[in-house]
Design a protein around this ligand. Structure first.
Ligand code: DAT
Ligand code: MG
Length: 140
């Protein structure tokens, strides 16, 4: 990897897998020019999710979030590219899928179903430190 090349963790969340959007999401990542370097499907344990979402522990949405994320298979993807951490966050769109910009994964494909905000299709690491930590959890 060159000095400017990074890796990020992308998750296709249970709603994305269940709705058959895994291919569409991977297509957008590849079309942007990022490289998929590893991929696995896993139904995450509570422990893995508690570690992954440690920064959100104690928030009102934490328990429902963990329950939702454990509800079915997730596709974990190691994605590589220059500035891919911020680049994927831009592809994903803002957190609330109802108002995420059209053109983004969340804006084009997501909306509120049941609990507000929760079913937003994808996760993307938000900084180099979180990317390294999260990749270590999901690709241990
Ligand atoms: P992001 O996934 O855009 O990085 P985040 O890290 O702030 O957002 O939150 C992690 C996940 O938690 C998010 O993808 C969906 C859920 N979440 C965030 N804020 C929420 C809220 N106000 N109500 C319900 N779920 C929320
Ligand atoms: Mg986040």
């Amino acid at each position: 990897m060159s000095a400017h090349t990074e890796e990020t963790l992308v998750l296709v969340k249970p709603d994305g897998v269940e709705r058959g959007l895994t291919g569409e999401i991977l297509r957008r990542i590849e079309s942007k020019g990022y490289e998929i370097v590893d991929l696995r499907m896993v139904t995450p344990t509570r422990d893995l999710l508690a570690a992954h979402y440690a920064e959100h522990e104690g928030k009102p949405f934490f328990e429902p979030l963990v329950e939702f994320m454990a509800s079915g298979p997730v596709v974990a993807v190691r994605v590589r590219g220059q500035r891919v951490i911020e680049g994927f966050r831009s592809l994903a769109g803002t957190t609330d899928p109802t108002t995420a910009a059209p053109g983004t994964i969340r804006g084009d494909l997501g909306r509120d179903w049941g609990a507000p905000v929760q079913r937003n299709l994808v996760h993307g690491s938000d900084a180099p430190e979180s990317a390294a930590r999260e990749l270590g959890l999901w690709f241990a």
